[in-house]
Design a protein around this ligand. Structure first.
Ligand SMILES: [Zn+2]
Ligand SMILES: [Zn+2]
Length: 101
């Protein structure tokens, strides 16, 4: 199955359900994306950001249009789907530098 985010052909077992959601609870879609992309989405964005209508992160196109996330996707694309992507480290490192706690 082809992941709509990284466009790699991934084994079905690697595909996970991600909720594309807005603040309106009655409006959400479920999209199957690969586990690498899924981890990366949640490492990059908080649930609050994902539900923020103004950020347009509730569509696949919106996620792909987000520039820092698109750069992470470029990295995922460069890794064969059977190899484990080290996105967690990369994505969370970026997030730590973006907002210090
Ligand atoms: Zn993917
Ligand atoms: Zn998700």
């Amino acid at each position: 199955m082809i992941c709509p985010l990284c466009e790699r052909e991934c084994p079905d077992a690697r595909m996970q359900r991600h909720h594309l959601q807005t603040r309106r609870k009655d409006r959400f879609d479920i999209e199957l994306i690969c586990s690498d992309c899924h981890r990366c989405v949640h490492a990059f964005f908080t649930i609050k950001e994902l539900r923020d209508d103004t950020l347009e992160l509730h569509t696949i196109d919106g996620l792909r249009a987000n520039e820092p996330f698109a750069r992470a996707l470029d990295y995922i694309k460069s890794v064969p789907p059977h190899r484990r992507v080290r996105t967690v480290q990369r994505c969370s490192a970026r997030r730590r530098s973006r907002r210090r706690r």
